[in-house]
Design a protein around this ligand. Structure first.
Ligand code: AMP
Length: 214
């Protein structure tokens, strides 16, 4: 099963993607996580990506496309995978389609988690990420057991630069301009499924499971 998660930054698609990956036993491929790991490890890609990410801009397509195409050709992706944060532009979607067509495959579902901008801005200002392992929390909706401390590794929790209000506004603008057109793209391909992302995350998950089947 090959799934793409669509939705504005902060719509909760990362949380849902992790839950789906676990339930269906497929890898969760998050381009944001891959880029952040590169930044942490001080790679050349990380240094290039950071300048865009800190401004709320998308990393150029040529830095990201090959990375994803290489990743989904690994052995652990034979049963399928869930792409979170990719594609984010029409050229990325076209590159993905071409790479899949070349091996006789296609995407099964593009799931759009819908959340209005006002809710996103409210949500993102409360988001916290662990400096150690990258686990994410929300001070209201998904609080850590101990304030500012990661439940997983005990690391410090911070507001990521790209979750700061001014960057969130910028990211939403970029989303509407460059990523939202993918909704029509996948609707035309008859694989688009929409879920309401404003309800409780367990209900969002139930709606997605209903689409994907048991
Ligand atoms: P995310 O964690 O998915 O919200 O991604 C964080 C940031 O990484 C984004 O704001 C972009 O700067 C960058 N990024 C992640 N995925 C992509 C992508 N597919 N194309 C371009 N930039 C990306």
């Amino acid at each position: 099963m090959k799934i793409i998660m669509l939705g504005a930054p902060g719509a909760g698609k990362g949380t849902q993607a992790k839950m789906i990956a676990e339930k269906y036993g497929i890898p969760h491929i998050s381009t944001g996580d891959i880029l952040r790991a590169n930044i942490k490890n001080g790679t050349e890609l990380g240094a290039k990506a950071k300048t865009y990410m800190d401004q709320g801009l998308l990393v150029p397509d040529d830095l990201i496309v090959d990375l994803v195409i290489d990743r989904f050709q690994s052995d652990d992706c034979k049963k399928g995978y869930i792409l979170d944060g990719f594609p984010r532009t029409i050229p990325q979607a076209e590159a993905l389609d071409q790479a899949l067509a070349a091996i006789g495959e296609n995407v099964d579902y593009a799931i759009n988690v819908e959340v209005p901008d006002e809710n996103i801005i409210r949500r993102m200002s409360g988001r916290r990420a662990c400096v150690g392992c990258g686990a994410t929390y929300h001070i209201v909706y998904n609080a850590p057991k101990e304030e500012n401390k990661c439940d997983v590794c005990g690391g410090e929790l911070i507001l990521r630069d790209d979750d700061k209000p001014e960057t969130v506004q910028k990211r939403l603008g970029v989303y509407h301009e460059q990523t939202q057109p993918l909704i029509n793209y996948y609707d035309n391909k008859k694989i688009l499924k929409e879920v309401d992302g404003t309800v409780d995350m367990k209900d969002v998950f139930a709606a997605i499971c209903n689409i994907l089947g048991e």
